[in-house]
Ligand binder design. Structure first.
Ligand code: ATP
Ligand code: MG
Ligand code: MG
Length: 371
């Protein structure tokens, strides 16, 4: 069978590899850890780093198409692989934009889509003028932030300058704090031929900066959900994006919608597709990178996805109490095979399928309490 390559063997790599195997492909994962979560479903080629020339050469020689599971993959590595005449999705150019909040927000705005008011903070001098249009706000590092890390909430210009100094004056964006009604995401798939499909919109709730639950369908009007999907597809088209991409939005008063950020890969808020749509977001990634038509994305049942963090495991590493979860006939547990359960570490998730999003949410919350 054709061999598909993926840079990174975490849980996203694992679910990708599982989907690809089911579709008859072989999978090679590039990872520094031979026991990475994806290793159970794929051959692992060990590397010291994702820029290691030997490792990239190996992937180029052995794989028919290549993707990545994490957004901070080196863009030049993706470009180098593409230059070896291998289909690479997403492109180095797209991941480069998504990796830098300044480039990302500029790109989204230039594509004619709304973002929250922001100031590109390239250095200390960027903060010399009047900042009141962005306050109260959030100062976010331009690169490498995730799960709310690298962000400081600021009220005054003095706060901003102090926080920026604390961040060693690295490039940042200063973003106005928006009054959020809710947060939603749309996951879009685009092929090289320009075929586009978008999954139903998820409504996302965070706990301590980490995604806690995704509720699908999002509890917003159909018109608003359609608008979010249109915006996500428009962004993918402007990027000439190939592969699966997540777009996070803020819903504001009066059904106003602004884009928060994008992720150039399958996304935690799309894990409901493992059980609630005909095609999963990981199968879509396989399809897009292999030039197959995107699969159907219709929601088969209202679903709530709950993240399982290491916090639910015992201090001695003992597993949560699965009994209630496992006896409910309408739930699906997914574990990532990680041995070490640190607080905040994503260990797995479960999906609850019910007749309504509200019923699924109520049951999901009740089950989480029993773990
Ligand atoms: P992720 O783990 O999703 O990649 P991240 O670290 O890149 O997250 P953001 O998505 O930028 O961070 O922000 C994290 C959360 O902080 C958002 O989901 C939202 O709840 C809140 N937040 C961020 N920016 C704003 C804003 N401008 N106004 C109000 N809330 C915000
Ligand atoms: Mg992010
Ligand atoms: Mg985010």
């Amino acid at each position: 069978p054709a061999m598909l390559g993926i840079l990174g063997g975490g849980q996203l790599g694992r679910m990708f590899a599982s989907a690809a195997k089911n579709m008859g492909y072989g999978v090679t994962v590039l990872d520094p850890d031979s026991h990475a979560p994806a290793a159970e479903f794929a051959d692992v080629h060990l590397c010291k780093s994702f820029t290691d020339p030997e490792a990239l050469q190996y992937m180029a020689t052995h794989c028919a198409a290549i993707t990545t599971e994490f957004e901070n993959v080196n863009a030049d590595s993706m470009r180098w692989l593409a230059a070896q005449d291998i289909p690479v999705a997403p492109s180095g150019d797209c991941v480069e934009i998504a990796q830098d909040r300044i480039a990302e927000k500029n790109f989204i705005r230039d594509a004619g889509l709304d973002v929250a008011p922001f100031l590109a903070v390239k250095n200390a001098a960027s903060l010399e003028g009047d900042l009141s249009a962005y306050l109260p706000g959030i100062l976010k590092t331009a690169r490498l932030g995730y799960d709310g890390k690298g962000q400081v909430r600021v009220k005054t210009a003095e706060d901003v300058r102090f926080a920026h100094a604390e961040m060693k004056h690295q490039p940042c964006v200063l973003e106005k704090m928006m009054p959020l009604v809710s947060e939603i995401s749309a996951i879009v798939t685009r092929t090289r031929a320009g075929e586009v499909a978008c999954f139903p919109v998820a409504e996302n709730e965070h706990l301590n900066g980490i995604l806690d639950v995704s509720i699908v369908p999002a509890r917003i009007s159909t018109a608003l959900a359609d608008r979010a999907r249109q915006m996500a597809m428009q962004l993918a088209e402007k990027l000439d994006y190939v592969g699966v991409m997540a777009v996070e939005f803020f819903v504001l008063e009066g059904d106003e919608l602004v884009i928060n950020e994008m992720a150039p890969r399958p996304h935690n808020s799309g894990h409901y597709t493992l059980n609630a749509t005909l095609t999963t977001q990981f199968e879509q990634q396989v399809r897009a990178m292999c030039g197959l038509y995107p699969g159907k994305t219709d929601l088969l049942s209202p679903t709530v996805m709950v993240n399982l963090l290491g916090d639910s495991w015992g201090d001695d590493g003992s597993e949560p109490h699965w009994e209630i979860l496992m006896t409910a006939p309408n739930t699906k547990l997914h574990l990532y095979g990680k041995k070490l359960a640190r607080p905040g570490r994503k260990m797995g998730h479960f999906n609850v399928l019910a007749t309504s999003a509200d019923a699924a949410l109520e049951q999901a919350r009740a089950i989480k309490e029993t773990l």
